[in-house]
Design a binder for this molecule. Structure first.
Ligand code: SF4
Ligand code: SF4
Length: 180
């Protein structure tokens, strides 16, 4: 008898589903939105003037439980500067064959250089194209940014950048620049 009731209950679920509106995802023609905090492709961020936030410290690589990140830092020089301060990430790679999207690398990053986007379209047909380098990970330049290498804003220090004062700083020095 209980088995008979189970069968009725099972058909009940099927019967109810017959009258529900079907949900058909039109992927890939119409990729759907993700949850706001979805962990998609990483992004290496820039400061307001275009300098890179990554200082090549490798903390993200050490924090990664899947050993998916490779970083090779190098020294900035006054003639060739990619980030404020002494060091920048000369080579930065994330292996998406290994990444499990946990976000621990973001927590480890001291400059908030590394964040994650909602981009999930990273499928490919070969292994090497799933190792993303700086060409794919760096944030795009906005119109008011200048592509590195270039000097820090006139009169500013690396601390101004790290403390997030560059925006205000930039406004204060803009009149000077416009006189040039
Ligand atoms: S999200 Fe997790 S697995 Fe992926 S690179 Fe970052 S720390 Fe490693
Ligand atoms: S992304 Fe952040 S933690 Fe990783 S090397 Fe660059 S500054 Fe360091």
């Amino acid at each position: 008898m209980p088995k008979f009731i189970d069968a009725i209950a099972g058909f009940g679920v099927t019967f109810k589903a017959m009258f529900k509106k079907p949900i058909t995802e039109q992927y890939p023609e119409e990729p759907g939105p993700t949850a706001q905090r979805y962990h998609g492709r990483h992004q290496l961020n820039r400061y307001e003037d275009g300098l890179e936030k990554c200082i090549g410290c490798e903390l993200c690589a050490w924090a990664c439980p899947a050993d998916a990140i490779f970083v090779e830092g190098a020294s900035n020089t006054e003639a060739e500067r990619f980030s404020p301060g002494e060091r920048y990430g000369r080579v930065y790679q994330i292996n998406y064959l290994r990444c499990i999207g946990c976000g621990l690398c973001l927590e480890a990053c001291p400059t908030r250089a590394l964040t994650m986007t909602n981009d999930y379209e990273m499928a490919d047909d070969n292994r090497s194209d799933l190792i993303y380098g700086k060409d794919k990970l760096l944030a795009p330049l906005t119109p008011d940014m200048t592509a590195p290498p270039h000097a820090m804003l006139e009169g500013s220090t690396d601390e101004d950048y790290y403390r997030g004062n560059v925006g205000a700083f930039r406004l204060t020095i803009q009149p000077k620049e416009s006189l040039l």
